[in-house]
Design a protein around this ligand. Structure first.
Ligand SMILES: [Ca+2]
Ligand SMILES: [Ca+2]
Ligand SMILES: [Ca+2]
Ligand SMILES: [Ca+2]
Length: 306
């Protein structure tokens, strides 16, 4: 009897769906009048799946910089026309964060056409700071004004959330090859430009004029007497050769050999009240009063003519 019941029970259990994982059979009694109680349970719930919470939060930028690729480059500075790269360190958040997938930069303010410059991932470092992403080499516009510019960096996470952040400001530097006016000395070892100053509007044309000196000039046969120049300001870009000054300004010469007039110069303002700014000039090796190299300083009244 018990064998037959067990056989029937085994067949019944074997016929259950495959998802039956727990079967508890209690045999209350065996033999005649045997009662059976059977229990089973399942943990399967076919058709449903478990998933993590979605990441709905876009990455943000934690730090960034820009730097030229040439040796000696300075963080956050580029020159017009220079080769440079943008660096970025985005961080993703979410619950959980899916991670940063792609990063691009809009550097169009520095380089025309670069509205979506790829920033591949890697281990990058500049000036002792590490970054996870960097553009390939870009070329700054050759006509950038010496102002500040702010690129943007967009980071997209694996879940597709894109966040755009302002990158660090980038300053545009200049070099003296971009001069407005260059003023060149007359002779070897003249030391032209050893002192410079704003002279004010000496010739009354509405533009400030330049005051500069060549303290070792040898004009008038007086070796190292020194000379001082007023060069009139002008709107146009130009190169001025003091050896051919013409009507672009005038010259003030040291009084005696060895005076080194113009070792320092300064605008004095309108001291004599004629409406024209006046000039201060030192000749620190002059020997007035029979006192060698006692030095003298001169207030030089600007002429009332142009
Ligand atoms: Ca995220
Ligand atoms: Ca002027
Ligand atoms: Ca000289
Ligand atoms: Ca004056």
């Amino acid at each position: 009897m018990a064998t037959a019941v067990k056989a029937r029970l085994s067949a019944w259990v074997g016929g259950l769906a495959a998802d039956v994982v727990v079967v508890v059979v209690l045999l209350a009694a065996l033999g005649a009048g045997v009662a059976y109680a059977a229990f089973f349970a399942t943990t399967s719930n076919a058709g449903n799946t478990f998933t993590a919470n979605p990441d709905v939060v876009a990455p943000t930028l934690t730090r960034s910089t820009a730097a030229e690729t040439a040796a000696g480059a300075m963080a956050q500075h580029v020159h017009p026309g220079s080769a440079y790269q943008l660096y970025g360190q985005p961080a993703d958040t979410g619950a959980p964060a899916s991670g940063v997938a792609t990063v691009t930069a809009d550097a169009s303010s520095l380089t025309s056409g670069q509205t979506s410059a790829a920033m591949p991932s890697g281990a990058f470092s500049f000036a002792g700071t590490s970054y996870s992403h960097r553009t390939n080499t870009l070329t700054a516009n050759a006509t950038l004004a010496a102002c500040s510019y702010t690129p943007t960096i967009t980071a997209t996470d694996v879940a597709g959330n894109a966040g755009t952040s302002q990158a660090s400001k980038v300053m545009v530097d200049r070099d003296l090859a971009n001069y407005h006016v260059r003023i060149d000395g007359v002779a070897t070892t003249d030391k032209s430009g050893i002192s410079v100053a704003n002279a004010g509007d000496v010739n009354g044309d509405g533009r400030p004029d330049a005051l500069l000196s060549a303290s070792a000039a040898d004009n008038n046969g007086r070796g190292n007497s020194g000379s001082v120049y007023v060069v009139f300001g002008q709107a146009a870009t130009a190169t001025v050769d003091l050896a051919a000054l013409g009507t672009q300004g005038y010259r003030i010469d040291g009084a005696a050999a060895g005076d080194n007039a113009g070792a320092a110069v300064a605008g004095a303002g309108d001291v004599d009240g004629d409406g024209r700014p006046d000039l201060l000039v030192t000749a620190y090796h002059s020997g007035n009063n029979g006192r060698a190299q006692s030095g003298s300083s001169y207030l030089f009244a600007s002429p009332s003519c142009s």
